[in-house]
Ligand binder design. Structure first.
Ligand SMILES: [Zn+2]
Ligand SMILES: [Zn+2]
Length: 143
C-alpha cells in the first residue's frame, strides 16, 4: 500500500523539476505526513534513525528547494524560527506563546484590498498568524 503513495510523491517532485532522490523523498514524505509544522531540525531528528547518512545540511537545502518550487511553505514561528508546512493552500495559523505549537486554523477571508498597500505593489499572498496560549498550556499553567 505504501508504494503507490511513493510513486505519487516522486511524480510531484519530478513535475517541479526536482530529482526525487531517496533522501529528498524521505524529507518531503515526512513533511506530508505531519501537521505540526516542524523545523528542519525536527525533520532531521525524525529521519536520522532510518537514514543515518542524512545530514542536517541536506534537510535544510531540500526544504528550501521544495519551498522555491512551491511544494512547501515557510511559517515563521515564535522567535522567528523557520517552520515548514506541506499544505500550500492559503490557511491561517495559531501560534502558542507557551509551547510554541503551530496549529492550522482554517482559511481566512481577508483580501489584499482590506489593507493600505501602495498602488502597483505585487501581492504574493496573505499570511494570517494568530498568537495566544493553546488549550493545553492554559490548563497546565492556569493562565
Ligand atoms: Zn501551548
Ligand atoms: Zn499550516
Amino acid at each position: 500500500m505504501t508504494l503507490p503513495a511513493k510513486v505519487k510523491t516522486a511524480d510531484r517532485l519530478n513535475q517541479r523539476g526536482i530529482k526525487p532522490s531517496v533522501q529528498r523523498l524521505a524529507i518531503y514524505e515526512n513533511l506530508l505526513g505531519r501537521l505540526d509544522h516542524p523545523t528542519a531540525d525536527c525533520v532531521w531528528e525524525d529521519l536520522i534513525e532510518r537514514i543515518p547518512t542524512l545530514s542536517r545540511t541536506t534537510v535544510y537545502t531540500t526544504l528550501n528547494l521544495l519551498c522555491d518550487k512551491g511544494l512547501v511553505l515557510v511559517v515563521l514561528g515564535d522567535c522567528d524560527k523557520i517552520h515548514f508546512d506541506a499544505i500550500t493552500t492559503q490557511h491561517a495559523h495559531f501560534i502558542c506563546a507557551g509551547c510554541k505549537c503551530i496549529l492550522n486554523v482554517g482559511e481566512t477571508s481577508l483580501v489584499a484590498e482590506d489593507f493600505q498597500i501602495p498602488k502597483g505593489t505585487k501581492i504574493m499572498g496573505i499570511k494570517v498568524c494568530i498568537s495566544g496560549y493553546c488549550v493545553q498550556c492554559l490548563k497546565e499553567y492556569d493562565r
